[in-house]
Design a protein around this ligand. Structure first.
Ligand SMILES: [Zn+2]
Length: 164
């Protein structure tokens, strides 16, 4: 059983955070961005960065090579759809993608928007951890929370419209 600290400061005890979120056991901040039979996209529960999206598989797998054909198609379609929405409704020019297979959770890809303020933490992969920690410790306030939730709502609406 793993322990996870949620943004609210609450501790969640779950075997796999990705399973808990994709099954609806834990409600991510702002709700679901988009959901299909195989994937679930949501805001991270610990790092409040506007427009950050996590795309998690519904199956409890760890490796990229475990994806089945229909999941691969769904994955790339969702990634590109979410990316497009980030650009169109949030004006996000660059996104950092991050995914590691030795996670304690299961298969999920981080889509981290790159904002001006992040330049102060350097560039490329080494800047990610300081940025996430900064968000967790310095941006965890009501005003930012509101922005994060509004961004999620905008993304969700934009993606819904596209798929109609
Ligand atoms: Zn899982």
């Amino acid at each position: 059983m793993g322990k996870i600290t949620l943004l609210s400061g609450e501790m969640a005890h779950v075997d796999c955070l990705s399973c808990a979120i994709t099954s609806g056991q834990i409600e991510p901040n702002g709700g679901v961005v988009v959901e299909t039979d195989y994937f679930h996209a949501h805001q991270d529960v610990a790092y409040p960065i506007k427009g950050l999206v996590i795309l998690a598989s519904k199956r409890h797998i760890h490796g990229f090579d475990e994806l089945k054909e229909h999941e691969k198609m769904d994955y790339i379609n969702l990634l590109t759809t979410i990316r497009k929405a980030q650009r169109e409704v949030l004006g996000i020019e660059y996104v950092y993608y991050f995914y590691n297979e030795d996670t304690t959770h299961h298969f999920h890809t981080w889509m981290v928007p790159r904002y001006e303020w992040m330049n102060g933490f350097g560039r490329s992969v080494e800047s990610l951890r300081p940025i996430l920690l900064h968000a967790r410790h310095k941006l965890n306030d009501e005003e930012n929370d509101k922005e994060v939730k509004e961004a999620i709502a905008l993304l969700r609406e934009s993606i819904k419209k596209r798929s109609l």
